[in-house]
Design a protein around this ligand. Sequence first.
Ligand SMILES: [Cu+2]
Length: 119
Amino acid sequence: MIESPWVRAAPPGAASLAGYLVLRNRCAAPVEVADVESMDFGMPMIHRTVVEDGVSRMRPAGKLVVAPGGSLRFEPGGLHLMLMRPLQPLAEGDVARIRLVLADGRRVFATFPVRREAP
Ligand SMILES: [Cu+2]
């Protein structure tokens, strides 16, 4: 399940927004996150921010597995949803519809409020 979802508000015309959440696995088996989908963005992706040679860069997140009873935190400066190509303007107070695709084909949906600051 998705907890504390939010998308950081960006200036009008921004080419991408960033989304954050906590993914909690309440199942008895590990779950793997394979992809992200959204009706509100043309190209959503999962990224990780890494510091290389003192420079902050974003990379594809790679394999994401959540242990049984565990959680995975998407947060500023780390793992994040990179929400490219907004299909309509999203202002503070709007919501983005986003779902995570698990490796077994299940999908976990949440509405992500657009906010200036972390909830
Ligand atoms: Cu990114």
